[in-house]
Structures are given as structure tokens and as C-alpha cells.
Design a protein around this ligand. Sequence first.
Ligand SMILES: [Zn+2]
Length: 281
Amino acid sequence: MAAVTRLVKHSRLSAVPSFWKAMTTATASSSASASASLSSRSDLSSRSVQWVFLGCPGVGKGTYASRLSHLLGVPHIATGDLVRHELSSNGPLSHQLAEIVNQGKLVSDEIIISLLSKRLEAGEARGESGFILDGFPRTIRQAEILDGVTDIDLVVNLKLPEQALIEKCLGRRICGQCGKNFNVASINIEGENGMPGISMAPLMPPSQCASKLITRADDTEAVVKERLLVYSEKSQPLEEFYRNRGKLLEFDLPGGIPESWPKLLEVLNLDEHEEKLSAAA
Ligand SMILES: [Zn+2]
């Protein structure tokens, strides 16, 4: 593996300095809690966004990571995309990767971190002021390797109750003709023990897609439950790893995107940032 240079901290994101101040007050929010005091990190002007998004299958991690990356002007880096890009661009690892993928094997940590390092270095050379990682790390070992490559500032752990996740997965539909994704589930879960309830509106297809909807064969309750169980067993040590380092921000999604997005920005203290951007647009 090529030697990896540590990423230079950029200062272009000075519009976000209030972010870390928010971290110190995040525990006051009903839907989020920072696992440790981050007040010592208040020197913001020199910091970039070097974030990791965690969340179980179906929680919408990719959607929120992608939206935030647009808002902050940093790339949303999903490891699946890195692998696909290497394969399609005939990069140096593409031959090895093609063999692994064709045999249905898992891509090793070493290959992923090598692709990721290359991507981060290229981004740094292009003047990117940070990144949002999605799908990596998944294990403590990967997190430790990642620590040697770059400094992660913050790990956002998106959460939904199991019942909401199951209903959401069971409601997924794909249009067999145009390939667009929809969700027919109308979720209304009442709050318990002082916790707020959760409502998520369906995303219904237009009439031209309605008769062509397909349900994925593995979106059954048993499969979804098993997937969540496997995820939870694997992710807990990783969450603990970042919690112990004071980097984990737990965020209980209050509903779908319309409810969750403003709340997430508020917790990250980016709500003003978005207003400024929309005012400038
Ligand atoms: Zn369609």
C-alpha cells in the first residue's frame, strides 16, 4: 500500500464555526446526544469537515450524508462507489477487484483503505475541504486503520426504532420501467415513555409508475429483522470505539426527511448556514 500523507487541515469552512459550539449543547436536544464534551474543540476556524456517517440498513444514511455534503461543499464518499469507480476506470486495482467481486468475495480492508486514501489524497490536491464517509469504517479494525490515514472529527449515528425500519423496508418499491424508488409505507408510531412518536409519509409513485412497481425479494420482515440484528451486533463495538473518543453523535431521526433534515441541521448547528446559502442563491 502506498504511503499515505495526512490530510492538511483547510480553513475554507469558516462559515461553519458555530458547529462545534453546538456539539457542547447537543445533549440538550431531545433527539440527539453527544457522548462526551467536545467543548475543547472550539477552535473551529482551522477545522474542516471530516465526518463519518453510521446507521443501520434502511435508516437513510446515504440520503442525509449526501444532502449534508451538498450543503457543506464536501464530497460524499461511499466505499461502494469507490469500488465501482476503480472497476469502471481500469485503475491499478481493478483487475484484482474484478476477481474478488466476480467470486462474490468481500473486498479486504487493505484494498478499501487503499482506494479511500487515494481518493482523499486526490481530493486534497483538488482543494477539497473535507469529506463525509458513508459505509466506512464498519469495524474497529477499519476505524483504527482509518485513524492512521486521517483525523475523523465527528461520527454521526443515525437511528430509527426497529418498528419504523421494518415498516420502511417493507414499503420499498422500485418502478420496473424507470428504476425510480418509492415507498408506500405510511408510518405512524406512537411515542412511548416520554419519547416522541414517529411519522413518515409515503413516497407514492406517479400514475405512470404505479402499475409497474416491484418489491425486492429480500424486503421481507424476517430478512429485514435478521439484517438489523447482524448490523447491531457488528456496529456496537464500533459505536463504542467512537463514543470512548468523544466523537459519536447519536441522532434519533424524528421522522422522514421533512421532519429530520431541519432537526439534524439544528443539532449540527448548520441551520443558519443553510439559510445563508439559500439567501445567497
Ligand atoms: Zn417509473
